[in-house]
Design a binder for this molecule. Structure first.
Ligand SMILES: C[S@@+](CC[C@H](N)C(=O)[O-])C[C@H]1O[C@@H](n2cnc3c(N)ncnc32)[C@H](O)[C@@H]1O
Length: 284
């Protein structure tokens, strides 16, 4: 039995209210495919019956599972490579002199999925920061299932094959049966937390570098604007923001300007570098 228009509307409304993810008409196939395992787990033969049951007996835990199932968690190591090259080519040469007093960098991997992004960031920072420097990565996602997987730091051979260079694998992982385990030296620099970008953020530190990649694409323009505004509020004035290759702040949030960063583009707060230098000179 296929999902009725009313059942599809119920699911897309539920997902939008809880995550801001937009599921337009035409995505019925996606809802069916993603909810079938949940229906089966509940012993219900069809997605249509499962959704009717949820409508009759709404439960927050089931709602959370539905939202989780409808997130798209596609990711890979050093995804698109250029933003990661830009860290060594542009971001660190810019930030290292500016942070020489504290010798620490704070990084946020917002929408980190199963962890490949924050672990890739950790590998770059571990290998490129000068001796005596430290870094802290906050890695967040709305999907509890993804966070639980990310936190283990255990990846299958198939997962490792998706973009992890062999030399990085050798330097930062240990074999564990059929899996690969991220070294403790990387993991101790990353804190994983559940966080919904579509609602007010909890108290956060000010970040030097934010990776907000391949998540704005799921939101409508108003939500993109709100998320970018929240992100701008937790960025250091001279911090760096990287978005996915199909995403931009242009026409959405004028606080940011696009700058070239090696062969990639990044976003910085307009006038931020002036504010930061003035603060460093004690003028503010
Ligand atoms: C396609 S993945 C991107 C992963 C990684 N940033 C990358 O570029 O490879 C999108 C992630 O955004 C997360 N997501 C979707 N809506 C979210 C929200 N409202 N708040 C936080 N994370 C969300 C999903 O759970 C998913 O893991």
């Amino acid at each position: 039995m296929t999902l009725s228009a009313q059942e599809f509307a119920y699911v897309s409304d539920l997902v939008r209210r809880n995550s801001a993810i937009v599921l337009d008409t035409g995505k019925e196939y996606l809802v069916e495919a993603r909810l079938l395992p949940l229906a089966r787990l509940a012993g219900i033969p069809t997605v249509s019956e499962f959704v009717s049951r949820v409508q009759q007996r709404p439960e927050p835990a089931t709602h959370e599972k539905i939202v989780d199932a409808l997130t798209t968690n596609e990711t890979s190591w050093f995804r698109d490579s250029e933003p990661f090259q830009a860290i060594t080519a542009k971001v660190l040469p810019d930030l290292i002199p500016a942070r020489s007093a504290n010798r620490t960098l704070r990084v946020w991997s917002a929408a980190c999925s199963s962890g490949q992004e924050p672990y890739s960031l950790a590998m770059v920072l571990q290998e490129s920061l000068p001796a005596g420097w430290t870094y802290e990565i906050t890695a967040t996602d709305i999907s509890q299932e993804m966070l639980s997987r990310a936190e283990t730091g255990r990846f299958t051979q198939l997962e490792v094959n998706r973009g992890l260079p062999a030399n990085m694998l050798v330097r930062h992982f240990e074999r564990d049966g059929t899996h690969w385990q991220v070294a403790a030296g990387l993991r101790e620099n990353i804190a994983f937390k559940r966080m919904n970008l579509a609602v007010a953020l909890p108290p956060m530190p000010q970040f030097d570098l934010v990776f907000l990649r391949n998540v704005l694409i799921y939101f409508d323009v108003e939500t993109k604007r709100q998320v970018l505004s929240r992100v701008s509020a937790v960025m250091r004035p001279d911090g760096w923001l990287f978005l996915g290759s199909a995403e931009t702040t242009i026409g959405i949030d004028d606080r940011f300007e696009r700058v070239s960063a090696g062969r990639s583009s990044a976003y910085r707060l307009r006038g931020g570098q002036t504010t930061a230098s003035a603060a460093a000179l004690g003028k503010e």
